[in-house]
Design a protein around this ligand. Structure first.
Ligand code: DLL
Length: 432
């Protein structure tokens, strides 16, 4: 039932003591040996000696995604390059992505976190797990892959797409569990129905590990009643390592392995710490991270902390379902997209003017993004072929930078709405 009972069921006071020791060591090291953290702490007038209990973490400065961008690609790394054994890359806020580096130990505790999580939902050697998260620069595929191998499950690394083939493999190989985004699972269910396959009747698929994008209890009910699978929430971000933490069989919040990550919830406006049950922004400190430490990193996800006992017996704190973000990041088909990235890309194209609108909608189960772009008067032509060619070029540039296909609609100069106050450039009509 437990992967690592000594840690997972540790008395809460012992866990706090362990976290304090880990924090103290982290802060001492970074203050002494890392210029970035040293300067940040000095600017906030805080010295490692000021940290005398776990709660003193609130004296330390915050870290932001902007810090990763300012230090791109590797200036945030705290180990020599020869100790880095892998990179993953996620979306940045403008042209440059966010790069995450891992040492061997970083990969090991990431895998351990997933092994604990998968065990907590009953996945083990008897299971065949289809990993339908993207493999490659995205952390979803490889993260789940190694976690599942660690617990002895048989892994089927399909990645995203080729849905009909994925459904055939689910049938042929007796797949018992799938890991993918909730919207992809709904799409897979719809496709199966069209193929005449009833997931509940015709397959052994019984568990789904769903995350990487916001979803809701009503989506859970829809998935469970239409496909006969039990759906579990999985959470993580590339800055932390990747997907890491899931609900247990009780499904009353996502367990956060306290020896790996320390969670605070703050008021996003004032930065004040909030107590259990109060909704706010999650701030994380990675207690074991070597290649790219994170102290008080502002993740931007909104949630609440639960520290009551869970019936599963794990003593780790839990977070509730992510209900939104404090920034404007959009998640389109599981891929993070910042409106500022779109703007940055458009501004590189000489024919494009300075007005654009982003429309996001859901067609069936899948997200759709249409970007309306005004073009400069001198670039405007009434020859259809010219406009078609320009549109294709803009679509291809956007695809290159955003990693997802978007539809572009060209607009004549002056055609898009102007705003007197704050421009509203994103219209998101997706309902979750
Ligand atoms: O999405 C890692 C991941 C892969 C998580 C597979 C779960 C499964 P990023 O691309 O860095 O990493 O995006 C992280 O996605 O800050 C949240 O806003 C959102 N997110 C991730 N999981 C959930 C979830 C991966 N279960 C960003 N519910 C996070 C809601 C989620 N939002």
């Amino acid at each position: 039932m437990f992967w690592n009972p000594k840690i997972e069921c540790m008395p809460k006071e012992d866990l706090k003591a362990l976290q304090y020791r880990q924090l103290k060591q982290l802060v001492n090291n970074l203050y002494s040996f890392n210029q970035f953290y040293h300067d940040r702490m000095r600017a906030q007038n805080v010295h490692p000696d000021d940290i005398t209990c776990l709660e003193d973490i609130s004296k330390l400065p915050f870290m932001y995604k902007q810090d990763l961008r300012d230090n791109y690609p590797t200036n945030m790394f705290t180990v020599p390059n020869k100790e880095i054994v892998r990179y993953h890359v996620s979306s940045g806020t403008t042209g440059k992505p966010t790069l995450v580096g891992y040492t061997r130990n970083d990969l090991d505790y990431w895998t351990e976190a997933l092994a604990r999580s998968l065990t907590s939902i009953g996945i083990g050697p008897e299971d065949t797990l289809q990993v339908s998260y993207g493999y490659g620069l995205f952390t979803g595929g490889l993260g789940l892959h190694y976690g599942a191998e660690k617990v002895g499950a048989t892994v089927l690394p399909t990645g995203v797409g080729g849905t009909e083939r994925q459904i055939e493999l689910i049938q042929d190989l007796g797949v018992t569990a799938i890991a993918c985004t909730p919207s992809y699972l709904i799409h897979l269910g719809d496709t199966a129905r069209k193929m005449g396959v009833d997931i509940q009747r015709d397959t052994k698929l019984r568990k789904a590990i769903l995350g990487a994008e916001p979803w809701s209890e009503s989506m859970r009910q829809h998935i469970e009643s239409s496909m006969g699978v039990k759906a579990y929430d999985i959470y993580g971000t590339s800055e932390q390592a990747g997907p890491m933490f899931t609900e247990c069989e009780e499904r009353k919040g996502i367990h956060i392995a306290g020896d790996i990550m320390y969670v605070e919830i703050i008021d996003p406006e004032t930065g004040e710490s909030l107590g259990p049950g109060q909704k706010g922004e999650m701030v994380v400190t990675m207690l074991k991270k070597e290649a790219m430490p994170m102290i008080r990193y502002r993740i931007r996800d909104l949630t609440t902390l639960m520290d009551d006992d869970c019936e599963c017996g794990r003593t780790s704190p839990r977070i509730s379902r992510i209900t939104g973000r404090t920034d404007d990041m959009l998640i389109i088909r599981g891929i993070n997209v910042f409106p500022s990235q779109i703007e940055y890309t458009l501004l590189q194209i000489p024919e494009v003017g300075d007005q654009y609108m982003i429309h996001v909608s859901r067609e069936g189960a899948l997200d759709n993004m249409v970007i309306q772009v005004e073009i400069k008067p001198e670039a405007f032509s009434d020859k259809v072929e010219d406009m078609v060619r320009l549109r294709a070029r803009i679509e291809s540039d956007l695809k290159k930078y955003l990693n997802i296909a978007v539809t572009v609609e060209l607009k004549a100069p002056g055609e898009l709405p102007r705003f007197e106050g704050k421009a509203k450039r994103v219209i998101d009509t997706r309902m979750i």
